[in-house]
Design a protein around this ligand. Structure first.
Ligand code: ADP
Ligand code: ZN
Ligand code: ZN
Length: 740
């Protein structure tokens, strides 16, 4: 009889499976796809996942090694998630083993039991008592037994030291069988109450009702819905009522949110509404808690799973609905390793598991709008704010001939002052952290260039540092110019730190809060800040796009955008879309309650047609225009892209690898593997040097997806074998969002 060959996905970048012999003593039935096995790999041992069984291997029989250990009795990975990972690996042209590593909780990859946390409890044995003669000369054991006897349900091992229970004494008591240990599974989350609703629902308005009905009537099958609702239109209320519906049908719901900072807020709103077990998954929780939440979802013990990008890979026992909030948000795309897009994969998952999926946004991506136009998504519109709130008014402030004081013009200062005096809050948006983007020598023109990147270092005055935001390089601020030794070094331009400092001087009677990655690095900082702000006292908020996302600030009535020019110049074809989304999202923070909101946009190009159209006609008009430009230029969504990036220590190395790659692709196409694919490049990356490496890229553009993917699959195997590939770091990005 031939040996059973196990074909495993291993944590390796190589796009192939690895063959092993079955471990001794296991029936074939124990070897189901999705179980984990420990195997020898080179000089290490690694954990792999069984993909399939075979009777044959290309590897010579004497080279095949047996797997060392079977880690799961039943597959750790349910079949549905396994299927999603297979699809993901194929679509993104990524190794399956590495894909699984990104998708699974860390502890599962490290071999932890795929079962809920087990805990050891210490208990007094029946009949044991402190007067036992064996304890006559053991006062510490006697004491320990007394303490333990006070806890009828036992003491968890982790709490021993808290109760001053000495482990050695307990071990001695255990030998005497005066105490014993019980292994208990930590209690699954409990549901309180019998009704799912903990709070009455708001009566939906007509548009919300129509949206709700559309999704609800298709609740049993796959269907994609684009919920396009202006900020504050009550999208979340629609989600909540759909979720209730799914819960009542005995189903679980997966909710993706773009940003970890939104987690607590969303979690709170959901827990106020539901008597439900809600798991919150994001990058900030520890590995054990993540695994427990993952297991609870898999085993049907969590009713609602809320999480950021990677939560997409949470298995659900009884999936009923997927919601992707702020579907346009760039953070759904992972920019390293497995470069997946969680929104796109959520659609794949919904189709695979036959579920409805709702994509919600006030500023839908052009891709999603295009899909709605093409009939692939049902478009559900909420065009008015719910409740009493009115849409904000826009004012474009031309600052061409106005002096800027730390980025803030005179008329803007006046508007801010008036708002504060009226007892309201002001949000100042500036998408640049630090004090100033550059330090300049006024005498010789030296600028603070990063030694490792083609980029300038940002001045962080508070820490007296120059920091590169691209590679993390940090230097002390020089006392004198490194070139000419003069001391007249001046910050140029303004970042959030400078705006904060200036506003604090201009408006000394009001608190100024800064919200950016530097100010919120401490855990909980953001939460505390939002609690303060929600008290409603007049104040100033200065921040980056962290402020733009989803937050509800009822007392903010003025939003100021200090600099809207970046998105109007960039070479990236997505820049204007991003800028428009950002402006509308930031603007959406204004006047969300009873007082009307106002948005002031400072720009040197206040008459730019894009800005005019966006502010006067709104996002839909902008998006239609942008889509027709994309169509005539054949950019996505009217074509499909893949970007091969390479970087190396020596100049030219990355390009020569890409040159070879380009030649191979051309040869493959001549042989009929893929067709009508344009190869653009190789060219140096827009920022050629970064962190000391020289970077270049090759863009593939195709009208049809299928031929592009046919080419990619064959091509990448050839690239893996290419000797020149060893000297460079290369990666493929399917559907790149960022051309840098
Ligand atoms: P979005 O998710 O679109 O930003 P929300 O669901 O957060 O909107 O709603 C914005 C505000 O309007 C919230 O304060 C919410 O309680 C309120 N709201 C939503 N729907 C209704 C409704 N049908 N009637 C009254 N108020 C509503
Ligand atoms: Zn100088
Ligand atoms: Zn740098």
């Amino acid at each position: 009889m031939p040996d059973t060959i196990l074909r495993l996905a291993l944590p390796s970048p190589l796009r192939r499976l690895f063959d092993y012999l079955a471990p001794a003593g296991f029936p074939r039935s124990a070897l189901q796809p999705g179980v984990r096995l420990r195997v020898p790999f080179g000089r290490r041992e690694v954990i792999g996942i069984l993909v399939e069984l075979s009777d044959r291997s290309e590897v010579p029989a004497n080279k095949l090694k047996p797997a060392l250990e079977l880690l799961d009795r039943t597959p750790a990975l349910p079949e549905s998630l396994f299927r999603l990972c297979l699809w993901t690996a194929q679509y993104y042209q990524h190794s399956l083993g590495d894909t699984l590593s990104w998708a699974l909780p860390v502890l599962l990859r490290q071999g932890e039991l795929a079962e809920a946390r087990q805990e050891r409890f210490w208990l007094v044995s029946p009949g044991a008592n402190p007067d036992d003669p064996r304890l006559a000369r053991a006062p510490r054991q006697r004491e320990a037994l007394r303490t333990l006897a006070q806890h009828h349900h036992g003491v968890p091992h982790t709490l021993l030291s808290k109760l001053q229970l000495n482990k050695d004494s307990l071990d001695l008591l255990l030998q005497k069988e005066l105490v014993h240990v019980e292994i208990r599974r930590s209690a699954p989350l409990q549901r309180h109450g019998s009704s799912w609703l903990a709070q009455p629902e708001l009566p939906l308005n007509a548009q919300q009702r129509a949206a709700f009905n559309a999704v609800q009537s298709g609740m049993d099958d796959f269907g994609a819905f684009l919920l396009y609702g202006v900020t504050g239109s009550g999208k979340t209320e629609v989600y909540l009522q759909l979720i209730r519906h799914a819960l009542e049908a005995g189903k679980q719901v997966l909710v993706l949110i773009p940003e970890i900072n939104l987690g607590p807020q969303t979690f709170e709103r959901f827990s106020r509404r539901f008597n439900a077990r809600i798991a919150l998954l994001h990058s900030g929780i520890n590995d054990r808690d993540r695994l427990d939440a993952w297991l609870a979802a898999r085993d049907g013990e969590a009713d609602i799973v809320i999480g950021t990008r990677s939560a997409l890979f949470t298995p659900l026992k009884r999936p009923g609905l997927i919601i992707v909030d702020e579907e346009h948000d760039g953070s759904y795309k992972q920019q390293e390793g497995l470069r997946y897009h969680a929104r796109d994969l959520a659609l794949v998952r919904a189709r695979q598991e036959n579920l409805p999926i709702v994509l919600g946004s006030a500023t839908p991506s052009l891709e999603s709008l295009h899909n709605a136009h093409a009939g692939r998504y049902a478009l559900l519109k909420l065009s008015e704010r719910a409740g009493n709130a009115k849409p904000p008014r826009f004012l474009r402030l031309d600052v061409k001939s106005l002096p800027l004081d730390s980025g803030i013009s005179g008329p803007l200062q006046q508007a801010i002052g008036k708002t504060l005096e009226a007892g309201q809050q002001v949000l100042v948006f500036l998408n640049r952290r630090g004090f100033a983007p550059t330090l300049l020598c006024h005498d010789c023109g030296w600028i603070s260039q990063c030694p490792r990147c083609d980029a300038r270092m940002t001045l962080h005055q508070r820490h007296n540092e120059l920091r590169c935001h691209h590679c993390g390089h940090v230097e002390r601020v020089p006392r004198q110019c490194p070139e000419c030794s003069q001391v007249d070094l001046r910050p140029v331009g303004a970042g959030t730190e400078r705006a904060e400092e200036r506003l604090a001087l201009l408006f000394p009677d009001y608190p100024v809060f800064r919200v950016d990655r530097d100010s919120t690095a401490r855990k909980g900082a953001m939460d505390k800040l939002f609690t303060t702000i929600s008290k409603g006292e007049p104040c100033l908020l200065v921040g980056t796009q962290m402020l733009a996302k989803g937050h509800h600030f009822p007392r903010v009535t003025l939003v100021a955008i200090l600099d809207a020019d970046g998105g109007l110049f960039s070479a990236d074809f997505r820049a204007s879309e991003r800028m428009a989304q950002l402006i509308v999202q930031v603007a959406g923070r204004a006047g969300r309650a009873d007082e009307p909101g106002k948005v002031i946009i400072q720009s040197h190009l206040a008459d730019h047609p894009l800005l005019v159209q966006l502010t006067e006609q709104g996002y839909t008009a902008f998006a239609e225009q942008a889509l027709s430009e994309r169509r005539s230029a054949s950019w996505p969504p009217f074509s499909h892209l893949a970007l091969l990036r390479a970087e190396a220590h020596k100049p030219g190395q990355a390009e020569s690898f890409l040159d070879e790659a380009c030649t191979i692709a051309e040869q493959l196409m001549q042989q009929g593997v893929g067709s009508n694919i344009e190869l653009l490049g190789p060219v140096p990356a827009p920022m050629e040097r970064r962190a000391g490496r020289y970077r270049a890229q090759l863009l593939l553009q195709a009208g049809q997806r299928a031929p592009l993917h046919r080419l990619l699959a064959t091509w990448l195997l050839a690239l893996e074998a290419l000797p020149s590939g060893r000297a460079v770091r290369w990666s493929l990005d399917v559907d790149p969002m960022d051309m840098f």
